[in-house]
Every structure is written in C-alpha cells, then in structure tokens.
Design a protein around this ligand. Structure first.
Ligand SMILES: [Zn+2]
Length: 268
C-alpha cells in the first residue's frame, strides 16, 4: 500500500478536472486528447429513463446517510471506492473502511473502481496506472468476491489516452465528470455525469436535469461525495439527495446502480 503524505490526504475528494491536480502540462494534454478519442461506444436507448446515483471516494457519510436515503426508497447506488484510502482522515471527511464496503455490498449496492491511490490517470505512466487499477480491483474483490467486470470512475475526472485505452480492455465502462445525459451513441470509457453538490446546484437545479431526462429519455448518472447537514462543497445535504431520489421516482424514472443500467441498455 503506498504511503500517503498529509498533503495528499488533504487533497482527497473533489472529483473535478478543472481543479486540476493533474501532473502538469503533459498530463493536461493527455487528458484533453484522451477525452476526445473513443475506443468503443455503446448505443444507450433504454426503454425507460434511468438515473444512477454514484458516490466517489466513499466518505463514511455517503455510506451511512446516502445508503439510508436510497434504501428508504427501495433503490441502490454505486460507490466508487479508492481502496488505498480506507479510513483516511482529511480536512474534507473520513473515508469509509473495508467493513462499510462489505456491509453496503451485502445490502445490494454496487462497489466499483476509483483507483487504489486515487491519482489522476493522466499523471501516471501507463504501467503505474495498470498496476494501480489492478490493486484497486484485487482489494475490492477480496472484500466482495462476487464482483466481476466492474466499472471505473476517473479520480478528478481526468483520463489520458493510453490509460483510457487500457480501461476499454479491462473494465466495463468508465465515468467522467463531463456534464450531460448519456443517450444514443456514447463513449463507454467517458460516460457523462452530473454533480449533485453544494457548489453545483446553484447553477443548474436538479429538477431541470430530471425534467430533461424524463422528457428526452436516456441515462443520467449523478455523482457526489459526502452526505450530511453541513457538507463540503463537493457533497450534498440529505435533504437535496432525498428530493432528487423522490423527484426522479415521481417522474417515472428508474433508479439503479451503474452495472444494472448497463445491463438494461444491453451493454455487456
Ligand atoms: Zn475521487
């Protein structure tokens, strides 16, 4: 397990390419090129609009509060786990431990890959990236032996061309932080997603996204981090998450984890 400095621990959290802990100019170029080149695509045309709610980095409150809210409505979410960060404390939050991974998986939530060390893909060599992904996968599969063909979410939303090519061969799909609804021909290694957080909701309300999804169809993936009364700028209150879940169900939108949504769209 890599040793993490206090500065790195403090950097845990915001999955936002624009905040760019991205390893300099070459990494930025690698990301900019990588995001534009698709190695495989899928045709996303579900018979009913789909919403997936995902939690990055897995702060404890995502599991306790986020899991509770989803389960109260009879639905489940996807947790993108950076397995090297278990139980780490930072200025933002405390990351959940291995026990929470096992507990939530046993209750039907999906566990998925977010890098072992939570490093931006473009800032790693292709070899280091593959090793980090393998460590992430091995750690999760030890905890949840039933896992197979997991999906991945890019830490900080940052990809990279060789890294994305590797993902296209080794994981089921990868999620970016580029806002939008997935519909029609879609890059499976750069799925769009919309942030549900204190900092983003002022700009565009979640109701508007849900209205658009219900009207136009497709698959909307949301992502957030911590869930509590006083969340970080990267997390959300229980009230907003609750309203989002209820609002989606009221509109006839089906809520399901990422793996189930891919199943529903016929993507293996
Ligand atoms: Zn992250």
């Amino acid at each position: 397990m890599p040793v993490q400095t206090a500065a790195q621990a403090a950097a845990i959290g915001p999955d936002d390419a624009t905040s760019a802990r991205d390893g300099g100019l070459l990494a930025r170029i690698n990301h900019a090129v990588g995001r534009r080149i698709a190695f495989r695509t899928g045709d996303i045309r579900p018979d009913r609009p789909i919403l997936s709610i995902t939690f990055d980095d897995f702060p404890r409150t995502a599991g306790t509060e986020g899991g509770r809210i989803l389960e109260a409505h009879g639905v489940r979410g996807t947790f993108y786990v950076a397995s090297g960060l278990f139980e780490r404390h930072s200025d933002l939050w405390t990351v959940a431990g291995a026990d929470a991974v096992m507990d939530l998986a046993s209750r039907g939530h999906e566990m998925a890959l977010h890098g072992h060390a939570h490093r931006p893909a473009a800032a790693m060599t292709a070899g280091d990236f593959a090793a980090d992904l393998a460590a992430n996968r091995a750690a999760l599969r030890r905890l949840v032996p039933s896992l197979s063909n997991e999906s991945y979410a890019y830490p900080y939303g940052i990809c990279g061309l060789p890294q994305k090519r590797w993902l296209s061969r080794t994981v089921r799909a990868s999620r970016s932080v580029m806002a939008g609804i997935n519909a029609g021909r879609t890059d499976l290694d750069f799925l769009k997603s919309v942030e549900i957080s204190e900092r983003s909701l002022a700009a565009v309300s979640m109701d508007a996204w849900l209205d658009r999804l219900a009207r136009d169809g497709g698959w909307l993936v949301l992502f957030t981090h911590d869930v509590c009364d006083t969340p970080t700028p990267f997390g959300t209150t229980a009230r907003i998450l609750e309203a989002t879940v209820a609002g989606a169900l009221d509109r006839g939108i089906a809520i399901m984890p990422v793996a189930e949504a891919l199943d529903r769209c016929g993507i293996v």
